[in-house]
Design a protein around this ligand. Structure first.
Ligand SMILES: [Zn+2]
Length: 253
């Protein structure tokens, strides 16, 4: 079933459930496994409560909820000019190099996977929209999206997080705010993202969205999906445009 062809609720399974889980990734999201269980129901109820302002969330993705998800996307359009790689060699989203190749002498885990994924992970970007929804008191700017291996070499970086698996955002400071105020705001923002998005600080838990701790990211917020198993990091989960991110479908039921 394509997303939009049927109402979605507990016990539904299929690619349209993967799409739903992707779009609601920032509402205490879980893995996009295509199985609408209790955690997915909670995602839907949180979206209905916090975005749709429903007094009694149903947990059922009916026509009104699908329309609200489209509106949520329109409320938070993401700037792909700010997300693309700045290297001027790769076209914006890497060159697909190094699939299945890892740094020498390192474990074969995602943190050391050198693959330039073909875009930025859609679930991460939908989760970012929820960050903007849940922290309306802040003005955010995207400071780093994609950074390919060429850009990393140019800047002496070894991390492959930004090969499509991570986005960095900054909170715009108000006049006369200093670095300490910035650090406190970023810490508080991370706390809210853990609570509202079911993210973790650090990378200990598998299949959980991750935030860099404050000792690595004192004055910005780094959000990534590098703890996901390979089956949730397939090429089709990545996008290079707002159109691909939104993947808008007619609602036909
Ligand atoms: Zn590049």
């Amino acid at each position: 079933m394509e997303f939009g062809e049927r109402e979605l609720k507990r016990e539904c399974k299929g690619p349209d459930v993967v799409e739903l889980q992707t779009r609601l990734a920032g509402f205490r999201g879980t893995v996009p496994d295509g199985d609408f269980g209790p955690a997915s129901e909670r995602q839907v109820m949180n979206f209905q409560r916090d975005y749709m302002k429903m007094a009694v969330p149903s947990g059922v993705v009916d026509r009104a909820t699908m329309q609200a998800i489209d509106k949520f996307a329109d409320d938070f359009p993401l700037d792909f000019k700010a997300l693309k790689c700045p290297c001027k060699k790769c076209g914006g989203y890497g060159q697909g190099q190094f699939k299945g190749r890892y740094f020498a002498g390192r474990p074969r885990i995602e943190a050391y996977h050198r693959y330039e994924y073909p875009g930025i992970h859609r679930m991460l970007l939908w989760a970012l929209r929820a960050v903007f929804l849940y922290l309306p008191e802040h003005e955010f700017v995207i400071t780093s999206g994609y950074r390919c291996s060429v850009d990393n070499t140019n800047n002496n970086r070894t991390s492959t997080n930004h090969h499509g698996k991570a986005v960095d955002i900054d909170i715009v400071m108000k006049p006369r705010e200093d670095k300490r105020a910035d650090m406190l705001k970023c810490d508080a923002a991370r706390g809210r993202i853990v609570e509202t998005g079911n993210a973790q600080i650090g990378w200990s838990a598998p299949n959980c969205k991750a935030l860099e701790p404050s000792n690595i990211a004192p004055t910005w917020v780094h959000y990534d999906v590098r703890c996901y198993e390979p089956k949730f990091l397939k090429d089709e989960a990545f996008c290079t445009s707002l159109k691909e991110l939104n993947n808008r479908r007619p609602i036909a039921f």
